[in-house]
Ligand binder design. Structure first.
Ligand code: CA
Ligand code: CA
Length: 262
């Protein structure tokens, strides 16, 4: 998803730009040579900055996350000890926005056979909802179980209790007879993602996981839920992009110190 090479056949590497001929040691440098090398360091900073900028513009993505627990369930109706974590990456593609997600559950069981979802901790539904204060908001994306699994990209790891998928325009519920998109006001259908990006960015969407225990004892059965918030770009991606800049900075410092000693 991220990453770039610092050198290629058609452009100089950071090393090429700021080392120059590389045949003169720091101790032997004249004033003009030191000056040239200082200028080369500045050039390397510019190149590194450009590379970093390219990396970030190529990765024009937004990140979101949700921690799921019973405390966020409306009216705190759940006494579940289960919890979960969801991470999202929103990418603006030529085909429209795509929201990739992964959801990991602990203390709940994902079963491939709907007929076997009878134990208290069996998951009977996972959805993205619109937050409406004090009540259970309408569905935005039906992910797993009831009432449907609208994300065609859904992949469930039934051993690890994780779900991954991609929410995009193709998932929106349509009238089976006409093929027309269903009205966005319907409470239980999957919506047009483009219409809900403002709510996503404003922290007004959440993930709800319904269990058999809650469905039996406290319909509509929300076991755990988590509000989705924007989060910074993951540290791993930042460091990957910043690596060449930090490397160039360290080399320049080392060279400057060597020149001062000389
Ligand atoms: Ca089970
Ligand atoms: Ca999809």
């Amino acid at each position: 998803m991220f990453g770039f090479s610092v050198a290629g056949p058609d452009r100089p590497s950071i090393r090429d730009v700021h080392i120059g001929s590389g045949e003169t040691s720091d101790g032997d440098m004249t004033g003009s040579q030191r000056s040239r090398r200082g200028g080369a360091c500045r050039v390397s900073w510019v190149v590194a900055g450009l590379l970093l900028g390219v990396a970030h513009s190529a990765a024009a993505q937004e990140y979101f996350a949700a921690d799921l627990n019973r405390a966020q369930v409306v009216n705190n109706e759940s006494f579940s000890t289960a919890f979960g974590r969801a991470d999202f990456v929103l990418t603006d593609t030529l085909a429209g926005p795509q929201l990739a997600y992964t959801l990991s559950l602990t203390g709940l069981d994902l079963d491939p056979d709907p007929g076997q979802r009878t134990d208290p901790n069996d998951v009977v539904g996972v959805h993205m909802h619109l937050h409406v204060p004090g009540v259970i908001g309408p569905h935005i994306l039906n992910i797993f179980g009831n009432p449907s699994e609208d994300d065609a990209d859904l992949v469930v790891d039934f051993d690890a209790e994780t779900l991954t998928g991609v929410f995009d325009l193709s998932d929106a519920s349509r009238d089976p007879d006409t093929g027309e998109l269903l009205p966005q006001a319907f409470p239980l259908t999957t919506k047009v993602i483009d219409n809900w990006l403002d709510e996503l960015r404003a922290g007004e969407l959440y993930i709800a996981v319904h269990s058999m225990d809650r469905a039996m004892n406290a319909p509509p059965g929300v076991d755990i839920r988590g509000n989705i918030f924007a989060v910074p770009e993951p540290a791993s991606a930042c460091w990957l992009a910043a690596g060449p800049v930090l490397l160039a900075r360290r080399r320049c410092r080392r060279r400057r110190r060597g020149a001062e000693r000389g």
